[in-house]
Design a protein around this ligand. Structure first.
Ligand SMILES: Cc1cc2nc3c(=O)[nH]c(=O)nc-3n(C[C@H](O)[C@H](O)[C@H](O)COP(=O)(O)O)c2cc1C
Length: 208
């Protein structure tokens, strides 16, 4: 880790909340500070896909995410209401080591590409870009429309790193978690964070 500033984790209403859960698991287990903001639609996806009600109150939501991630104590997690555009992470003066949006919906993608900040998640992401900090976007949609692809390009041109939720198969995955963890590890790689156990390509062969 380059510094001990918190990492912002943004969660949107795209399918695959397990990506966010596994990200949190590894960051908290590694004792890292995390500021989390989940969009309004995230509540609907938890309900639709898992039949789980995500609490809105920040302390209860922290307990909720910790329970989902199976990390009751370690790390530092602070959850923010999606509408709180006056939160610390809404300001560039609040120092962070960047932000990851995982999973990222096409709606949030479009708003970020247009420079809109209609909720705290979008504002925090916009701040990372304007401050020249790392913004890692893990888009989840298939197929992509031309509009999605253009928005991805716009954000890449603005400095964001795009890490699509596309797992690899060369690390011999055995479980869904193995597949998810590959994406999480590659997304965290973009931030210089190495806390996910991952069998990397030819790593065990040593350097030549
Ligand atoms: C169960 C469920 C799954 C969804 N999956 C996706 C998805 O994978 N990708 C996507 O772009 N939108 C998906 N959506 C639609 C978004 O939730 C919707 O566009 C929402 O407005 C996104 O808002 P947000 O970006 O503020 O979270 C899904 C919606 C539901 C209810």
């Amino acid at each position: 880790m380059t510094n001990n500033y918190p990492l912002i984790v943004g969660v949107t209403g795209a399918s695959g909340l397990i990506y966010a859960v596994r990200t949190l698991k590894y960051l908290l287990e590694d004792d890292r500070p995390v500021e989390l903001v989940a969009s309004k639609s995230t509540y609907i996806v938890w309900q639709s896909e898992q039949n789980i009600r995500m609490p809105a109150e920040p302390t209860l939501q922290e307990e909720f995410w910790r329970e989902q991630a199976g990390v009751p104590n370690s790390g530092k997690l602070r959850c923010h209401p999606w509408q709180d555009v006056g939160a610390n992470i809404a300001s560039g003066s609040f120092r962070t080591q960047g932000m990851m949006i995982i999973p990222c919906s096409m709606s949030t993608l479009g708003k970020l590409a247009a420079g809109l900040s209609s909720d705290l998640l979008e504002r925090a992401a916009d701040v990372q870009l304007k401050e020249g900090r790392k913004l890692v976007i893990v888009p989840r949609e298939t197929p992509f429309s031309l509009i999605h692809l253009r928005n991805l390009t716009t954000l890449a041109e603005a400095g964001a790193r795009i890490v699509p939720a596309i797992p690899a198969w060369y690390h011999n995955p055995q479980t869904i978690e193995d597949l998810v963890d590959f994406v999480v590890a590659r997304a965290l790689d973009q931030l210089g964070i190495d806390c996910v156990p991952l069998k990397r390509w030819k790593e065990d062969e040593g350097s030549h």
